[in-house]
Design a protein around this ligand. Structure first.
Ligand SMILES: Cc1cc2nc3c(=O)[nH]c(=O)nc-3n(C[C@H](O)[C@H](O)[C@H](O)COP(=O)(O)OP(=O)(O)OC[C@H]3O[C@@H](n4cnc5c(N)ncnc54)[C@H](O)[C@@H]3O)c2cc1C
Length: 550
């Protein structure tokens, strides 16, 4: 059996680390992944030291920059808050907001991180920091299978927070045969499942389909997404272990940013590639203190009833990223149009206006959700209304449209953008300066740089992966959108129709409440994700419009 090398979360060791590791610097992060290398394969090669591998170096640098921001006087007040355990600064992404002001602080922090990379890094550390904060907030629900599981959720959150670790997450099983449950697959361990338990923990075997950034992370968090089918208790697993755990292998996809990388030629992809990989677990022992759901009988029920009210906080992180990206695309579209003198054409103005109006709707939703913030019975503040979730469900389409508009405006201009090397050639430079320039006042070098940026964002393999990411980053948009409909509190809307039909004559017109309505669970129920939708759209009953903790 392969032992997990993760340091046990015994209290004395934990305390020692607490005092040793407030919000880290970039150098500390890099040193950590160099010292504890995960088992990574790229292009058939075993990568012994990811920090020395050119494919990973720039993304590592980008992540390290975010760690450095925590110590930068210009950002540290937004990036950090005092640890409830030690008083030392820790990342704001771990902050549990017990006031509206703390919710605002979290939002500013998420947006700052997203602006750092124009929203091209969806899985920067703050994403998983918020994710494990959600685990902590749901500790009582993990505890339904035993008090220790709830304690583990909180201690794991504190462990990650105090060590300022960088995590990846693995939710989805490999596709293999989606018409079957995990237990029904040809091999019971195609999907990651529990093999047995020992005195030390649970032994797990199988694969998880995608772990973005896994090769350059320090921990892996596993939990099923979208519900667990009946009979699949052994696959209802939630735990966190070091990425370097023996028996855990990451097989990377091909890079979407081939080497050598020139910042001029590929301003985004040269820096912000988020590597994806499949994770294979070969009889990995997960120590008991790292287990939140152990795959024993009844575990599916625990996963399926976890609830997702704290998903609203994670949605602030993902929406901040999306908004930063839409803002960037608006700037890009207008600059591209301006560089070649097409901003006077009506259809170009209409397209740019379309982008700007979509961006403004996104801004209104993003900040408006905060204005409607709600205090849950637990005392935790979350963004209010359904706007962030609705925004999330639409982002794939909006993003694709933004890409299409930038491509429509740039047209063939992408393809006469010589490289940095061409610009450096004394023989070519005069021709390039003369013929590759833009409108009066826009030099060839400026036009080329701009169009390269636009192609990097919309055309390169990097851009295609990004578009697919935006579509799927929080699950299948088709089922999630259908779930939004099935779970929506329809009664007030049906009531309008009843009034229009004259069936409420004599009943006073209700004054619209300020209350944005009962929260909708962040993801549809298991049946929805399994594709079995309600046959009717009868009004859902909404006995209480108070926020729920379920
Ligand atoms: C770039 C990228 C990065 C990602 N990074 C991560 C990561 O870091 N961690 C992670 O855990 N996941 C990650 N994911 C995975 C992501 O969570 C999934 O892609 C997403 O949940 C959709 O699941 P799937 O890809 O397995 O699609 P599938 O569920 O296999 O769906 C494929 C198609 O079949 C349809 N379909 C399948 N089953 C049903 C059904 N029961 N009813 C109706 N229609 C059905 C879907 O609508 C879809 O059109 C990433 C995905 C991408 C694209």
């Amino acid at each position: 059996m392969i032992q997990c090398t993760g340091a046990p979360l015994t209290e004395p060791a934990f305390r020692e680390r607490v005092s040793a590791m407030p919000a880290r610097s970039g150098a500390e992060y890099v040193e950590s992944i160099r010292k504890q290398p995960p088992r990574v394969f790229l292009g058939g090669r075993r990568i012994a030291d990811v920090t020395a591998e050119p494919v990973f170096q720039e993304p590592i640098r980008a992540i390290a920059e975010q760690y450095d921001m925590q110590q930068d006087p210009a950002y540290r007040d937004v990036m950090t808050y005092p640890s409830p355990t030690t008083g030392e600064p820790v990342s704001t992404s771990f902050l549990v907001p017990y006031s509206r002001e703390e919710l605002v602080k979290k939002r500013k922090h998420f947006k700052l991180r997203a602006d750092h990379n124009f929203g091209f890094m969806g899985r920067s550390p703050d994403f998983m920091n918020q994710f494990v904060t959600g685990w902590h907030l749901m500790a009582d629900r993990f505890a339904r299978a035993g008090a220790r599981f709830g304690e583990n959720a909180t201690r794991y959150y504190e462990y990650v927070r105090e060590r300022d670790l960088f995590l990846t997450h693995m939710l989805i099983n490999p596709q293999i045969d989606r018409s079957k449950t995990s237990a029904q697959q040809e091999d019971p361990y195609f999907h990651l499942g529990r093999v047995r338990e020992t005195a030390d923990g649970i032994v797990v075997r199988g694969a998880k389909m995608l772990g973005t950034m896994a090769p350059i992370t320090e921990e892996v968090a596993v939990i099923p997404f979208g519900g667990v089918a009946p009979g699949d208790d052994a696959y209802a697993l939630a735990f966190g272990i070091p990425s370097s755990t023996p028996g855990l292998t990451f097989i990377c996809r091909e890079t979407v940013s081939p080497l050598p990388r020139s910042r001029f030629d590929h301003p985004l992809s040269s820096r912000f590639e988020e590597m994806d990989c499949i994770a294979v677990f070969e009889d990995v022992l997960v120590p008991w203190d790292r287990v939140m759901v152990d795959g024993s009988p009844g575990s599916a029920e625990v996963i399926n009833t976890l609830g997702a009210d704290y998903g609203a906080l994670l949605n602030v992180q993902t929406s901040a990223r999306m908004l930063s990206q839409l803002e960037f695309f608006c700037g890009l579209g207008m600059k591209v149009a301006d560089a070649i003198g097409i901003t006077g054409f009506l259809h170009v103005q209409e397209k740019l206006g379309e982008m700007l109006s979509q961006m403004e709707i996104a801004r209104a939703v993003f900040y408006g959700a905060e204005a409607m913030a709600q205090r849950l019975p637990s005392g935790v503040w979350v963004p209010g209304g359904h706007g962030l979730r609705a925004f999330h469900l639409q982002t794939g389409k909006v993003y694709s449209r933004f890409v299409e508009i930038v491509q429509t405006l740039a047209a063939g201009g992408f393809f006469y953008a010589p490289s940095e090397a061409d610009l450096q050639s004394p023989e070519l430079r005069p021709m390039i300066d003369r013929y590759v320039r833009g409108r009066a006042g826009v030099s060839a070098e400026e036009r080329i740089a701009l169009f390269k940026l636009a192609w990097d964002a919309t055309g390169e393999a990097f851009a295609q992966r990004m578009a697919q990411y935006v579509r799927f980053y929080s699950g299948d948009p088709i089922r999630l959108t259908a779930g939004f409909y099935t779970q929506y509190d329809k009664a007030p809307l049906f009531e309008l129709v009843e009034r229009a039909l004259g069936r409420r004559d004599g009943v006073p017109l209700p004054i619209t409440p300020d209350d944005p309505g009962a929260p909708i669970p962040y993801q549809p129920g298991t049946r929805g994700m399994a594709g079995t939708y309600a046959a009717t759209s009868l009004p859902s009953s909404a006995p209480s419009r108070a926020p729920s903790t379920q």
